[in-house]
Design a protein around this ligand. Structure first.
Ligand SMILES: Nc1ncnc2c1ncn2[C@@H]1O[C@H](COP(=O)(O)OP(=O)(O)O)[C@@H](O)[C@H]1O
Ligand SMILES: [Mg+2]
Length: 258
């Protein structure tokens, strides 16, 4: 199958500290890939290299290549802002724009991209909120502040905002770790629906969640604190959780460390 993302020889630095080393992997379209591994092994750093957010951190630097379809995202002349439109991000803490209404939050990314008719914006808001399984809960309060929603609703609002610009890829960094179990299940269900339309990469520290939502699982590890994180293996989720190739993966998923 065609690859959506093809990473080769990727290392990322904070100043002189190499946080991740020589990572290569491919990700197919319309799949969910889970990143797992102990704290500090570079999952978030690697995720942020996939949409050129790593370099926003001071001292942040990347070596290697990330292909999105036929385009090298680190090629000369590539606009990082355009990359982030094609590869959206959802963060650990829901971060709706606090002074904006639900409606304005959803179209926030679109408005930056040009002029739209009110009717087009209305359609996008409805479609995106439906896509995020939030429409029924907020359709009567579109003009109320987004920050007035519950935590789980705010996270789905952030997902609606991310999908409103029709990205190819959605990156999610522990999107449920600030949520209660019911809201977490709502997001997991939503991920199952969104993968029909988007390619999804999710960082999670929850093994059950990785097993439930993902098709492929990548295990990252680091030899010691201060050493760079590495990709240990990536395989079908079923295989990673039943018969991984590497002992450290087995030890991690069975809770022996991390
Ligand atoms: N802004 C930063 N500046 C310097 N070092 C950082 C920064 N963010 C993360 N790191 C370091 O990079 C390594 C990987 O961190 P991170 O990607 O957050 O790991 P994970 O998400 O797997 O917990 C860690 O050693 C961490 O301390
Ligand atoms: Mg992290």
């Amino acid at each position: 199958m065609a690859k959506r993302i093809d990473v080769s020889g990727l290392s990322a630095y904070y100043g002189s500290f190499r946080a991740i080393e020589d990572i290569s992997m491919t990700i197919e379209p319309r799949t969910v890939t889970a990143f797992i591994g102990p704290s500090g092994c570079g999952k978030s750093t690697f995720l942020r290299t996939l949409n050129r957010m790593h370099e926003v951190t001071s001292g942040g630097r990347v070596e290697g290549k990330v292909m999105l379809d036929d385009e090298n995202l680190y090629g000369a002349g590539v606009d990082p802002v355009a990359v982030r439109r094609e590869i959206g991000m959802v963060f650990q803490r829901p971060n709706p724009f606090p002074t904006m209404s639900v409606y304005e939050n959803v179209v926030a990314g679109l408005k930056l991209n040009g002029k739209f008719k009110k009717s087009e914006l209305d359609d996008t808001v409805e479609k995106s909120l439906k896509g995020a399984n939030l429409w029924n809960e907020v359709k009567d309060r579109l003009n109320k502040p987004g920050s007035g929603l519950s935590g789980g609703q705010q996270q789905r609002l952030c997902i609606a905002r991310a999908i409103a610009v029709e990205p190819k890829v959605l990156l999610m960094d522990e999107p449920c770790s600030a949520l209660d179990p019911i809201s977490t299940l709502a997001i997991e269900d939503l991920i199952g629906e969104l993968k029909e339309r988007f390619t999804i990469v999710i960082v999670t520290h929850n093994m059950q969640q990785a097993a439930r939502v993902s098709d492929r699982t990548a295990f990252f590890n680091l030899a010691a604190v201060g050493q760079p994180g590495k990709l240990i293996e990536i395989d079908d989720t079923e295989r990673i959780f039943s018969n991984p190739s590497v002992q450290a993966t087995e030890d991690y998923i069975s809770g022996r460390f991390g």
